[in-house]
Design a protein around this ligand. Structure first.
Ligand code: 5MM
Length: 343
């Protein structure tokens, strides 16, 4: 029964032509984004921003699930309505980030390990009772000079798989997020190699931990050149490299792949997602998974820059958020064009 519920939830998240809104920034990350736009870094400002997000009119037209953070899943609108209830009423499935962040990986200078397995079984049970039906855990891999090490890839893949197995035991669909970082001078080809090696290790560990592939979602990076790489490939080349990489390593049983945006400009992320889906729709591709989005910055950032903590700008910020969500939904159907963007 749990297996069927997991498969149904995964299908609802990725199978309906919509994507996910990642609004699971930890407090330090949210505060950093607020500081960058001159917003006070307070509990109330974070609550007000998250209220703006979840009450955006017609958000459920484009968004199937929203990933919350521990602080946020416990919060309410000003009128006392829990955010989880607001989302459910909008037809959006609530999810929860359950890793507790990255720490230095002992013995591997410059590399990180994601923490959060201690007490996870109990936390997952509590989150399920609060209304969450899926979860997320992110591990980071750096492709900087001389990295990543095999030890880092395997330790993080093992953590992702242990997390995913615990989620499924608790009735939550695990979103498995191994992110090869964009920062650096590495080429797109190097990103493809590292992403491929990482995903191979992740799926080997998922299999070893008996994770039901039909009841999970993969959240990878797109295959991109490093931000400081002199050669920046075009949208179609990025899409082709991304599909090539995923097709080699992601089992067909996985129902969906929901890309992170990783700091890409919002419009470029939509264009690349669109090109990926155009390949997927071609008669020869026959890709087995839905290819959707699970963006944070590429959906939120333009709206955040309008809001800047001002009550008077809530409606305009919500319009901007809904617009980005619509653009990304269009990209799932290969229907996004820059003509959709304001002049
Ligand atoms: C890679 O970050 C995830 C997707 O966001 P972008 O689309 O902006 O890349 C995101 O869900 C991330 O995991 C959360 O924001 C939590 O990040 P922190 O660093 O606070 O754990």
């Amino acid at each position: 029964m749990i297996a069927q519920d997991l498969m149904d939830t995964a299908h609802q998240l990725v199978g309906g032509g919509k994507g996910l809104l990642a609004m699971d920034e930890s407090t330090p990350t949210c505060d950093e984004r607020f500081a960058g736009t001159g917003i006070p870094q307070t509990v109330e400002a974070r609550r007000a921003w998250r209220e703006l997000l979840v009450t955006t009119p017609r958000l459920g037209d484009s968004i199937s699930g929203a990933i919350l953070y521990d602080e946020t899943i416990r919060q309410q609108k000003k009128d006392g309505t829990p955010f989880v209830k607001v989302l459910a009423e909008a037809g959006i499935i609530p999810g929860i980030k359950v890793d507790t962040g990255e720490e230095d990986l002992a013995g591997y200078p410059g590399e990180k390990i994601t923490e959060g397995l201690d007490g996870l079984r109990e936390r997952l049970r509590d989150y399920f009772q609060m209304g969450a039906r899926f979860a997320k855990w992110r591990a980071v891999v750096s492709p900087a000079e001389g990295l990543p090490s095999r030890g880092c890839i395997e330790a993080n893949a093992h953590g992702l798989a242990r997390y995913a197995a615990l989620c499924q035991e608790a009735g939550l669909v695990p979103i498995v997020e191994p992110e090869v970082l964009m920062a650096g001078e590495h080429t797109m080809e190097r990103c493809r190699e590292v992403t491929e090696e990482t995903l191979r290790s992740v799926f080997a560990q998922l299999s070893a931990q008996r994770v039901l592939l039909e009841g999970m979602i993969l959240k990878p990076n797109m295959v991109l050149p490093g931000l400081r790489c002199p050669k920046q490939e075009g949208v179609d080349e990025v899409a082709a490299a991304t599909v090539k990489c995923l097709r080699r390593v992601v089992p067909a049983a996985v129902p969906g792949i929901a890309f992170l945006s990783g700091g890409q400009p919002a419009e470029l992320a939509s264009a690349r997602l669109n090109a990926i889906n155009i390949i997927s729709m071609s008669a020869t591709a026959r890709l087995p998974w839905a290819l959707v989005f699970s963006f944070a910055r590429a959906i939120q950032q333009p709206a955040l820059e309008i809001w800047r903590g001002r009550e008077s700008c809530v409606a305009l910020a919500q319009d901007t958020l809904a617009h980005r969500a619509r653009c990304n939904r269009a990209a799932l159907h290969g229907e996004y064009t820059t003509a959709m963007e304001p002049a």
